[in-house]
Design a binder for this molecule. Sequence first.
Ligand SMILES: Nc1ncnc2c1ncn2[C@@H]1O[C@H](COP(=O)(O)OP(=O)(O)OP(=O)(O)O)[C@@H](O)[C@H]1O
Ligand SMILES: [Mg+2]
Length: 243
Amino acid sequence: MTLPDGSQLDFSHPEAVYPGRLITFEGADGAGKTTQLQQVADWLRSSRILGDRPLVVTREPGGTALGQQLRHLLLSGDWAVVDRAELLLYAADRAQHVEEVLRPALAAGSLVLSDRFVDSTVAYQGFGRKQDLTLIQTLNRIATAGLTSDLTLWFDASLASCLARRQARSGPLDRLERSAGGFHQRVRDGFATLAHREPDRIRRVDANGDAITTFTAAQAVLLDRLESWWGTTCAPVSLGQGG
Ligand SMILES: Nc1ncnc2c1ncn2[C@@H]1O[C@H](COP(=O)(O)OP(=O)(O)OP(=O)(O)O)[C@@H](O)[C@H]1O
Ligand SMILES: [Mg+2]
């Protein structure tokens, strides 16, 4: 990154190629990310498809002790959070998460599944809150020190499905969920734009159907990627048959 005085700041890690891989689960509130992540983790564990490779399940915000405090500040309170403060709090959570959880896990060869990562910031704060996308990209680079996902599953369900699922889920809506409808449409457009831009890294998974149908679609993408990374082969396991 070039500073105003012309000097260079390099936040990237020289050892940025890791033996592990990072898969992120993205999509709108209520699309089913957490449901799918749990099903994928259960499948990977029970099928032993990863052999001795560790599986790490984490999330943003809130993947670290500091992050849990930040998550509370971001989502739970009735206090005002201006847009730039929201952006910076997410960046702080991410910086801690990357150094404390993601890099060590990837360096140890783990498969890491993260419930949200940088693409959420672009979709929510960039497209949803209409903040400057270049600024967001810069902040993301600082927060991640150049770490990117190896695969992102974008769970795409209609706004109506997401709303119905959020309402059916017990508990009050959080601060971002309470945002007006136009916001959620822009967030969806944001994920669509990102997926169009990076079709290899970001794969859309139709999340309008029931959880098993969605899982089957995600599993097909995952099997293909695991095979290309590690030559692992494993027949798809039907959830309905004890998989
Ligand atoms: N495919 C599906 N069909 C119907 N209901 C679903 C489906 N997937 C998840 N649900 C239900 O919808 C609700 C939202 O799902 P989930 O919490 O997994 O979404 P999420 O994307 O993680 O949401 P958030 O962004 O708020 O964390 C839950 O009550 C879940 O049981
Ligand atoms: Mg969730």
